[in-house]
Design a protein around this ligand. Sequence first.
Ligand SMILES: C[S@@+](CC[C@H](N)C(=O)[O-])C[C@H]1O[C@@H](n2cnc3c(N)ncnc32)[C@H](O)[C@@H]1O
Length: 237
Amino acid sequence: MRKRHNLEPRMERCKDYLVTDPAARKGTWRQPGTGLWLEIGCGKGSFTCAVAEAKPDCSLVAIEKVPDAMILAMERASRAGLKNVCFLDYDAAGLREIFEPGELDGIYINFCDPWPKSRDAKFRLTAPAFLRIYADLLPVGGEIRFKTDNGPLFEWSVEQFLQEGWTLRELTRDLHAGGVTGILTDYERRFLGEGVPIKRLVAVRGENTLDHRAGEPPRLRNAALADARANQKEKQE
Ligand SMILES: C[S@@+](CC[C@H](N)C(=O)[O-])C[C@H]1O[C@@H](n2cnc3c(N)ncnc32)[C@H](O)[C@@H]1O
């Protein structure tokens, strides 16, 4: 991501949209009588702002760990005068610090980084450890809406969701086959222009979906062991 000029003064101008002490809001994010959705990795935020505009009865919390991208999303929200969206310079790994169990209605994950090497699988936002965090934050019936251009990541993610006890709905490997559908993200618009089929699913949290209380999944331990071995082998070569 290119370094943005004047990031600090630009952040300052959009400060009404930036939450700097998210842990203080734990348990109080929801406006009475409205829905509460989280977007992880909002990037430049055209999806974020379009969703906020389309759903005035919902509040949207958008997190992004690269402020140089997020500033564009914040400026977009400010230009549109949106009242139901806020932004956090935050990593998804810490979500349990800022939301109470069951506090969210749903989560958007769009075009997350694929981390193609198997030793990096734990960084994928659909890795079991992340799915367990999301399961903590959603009530039974709460949804994750996931889109990607990346076939291997999609197939791997389907497997993780199923193994972790999520129910999958609306699964498609070519979302726009019958014409452009739904609100596009910045990345999605680019991939669509290149003719790359977009994969999408909705994962629904059930009674038996695994959350962090289920402990570390054996697969993750095995993956960590495999990573350690691969690293060791690389060092030896
Ligand atoms: C490929 S971009 C997609 C951006 C946007 N969702 C879109 O579809 O246009 C992925 C974004 O997720 C952010 N991201 C990746 N891992 C994250 C994490 N653990 N927590 C918060 N943001 C993350 C990256 O910084 C990046 O901006």
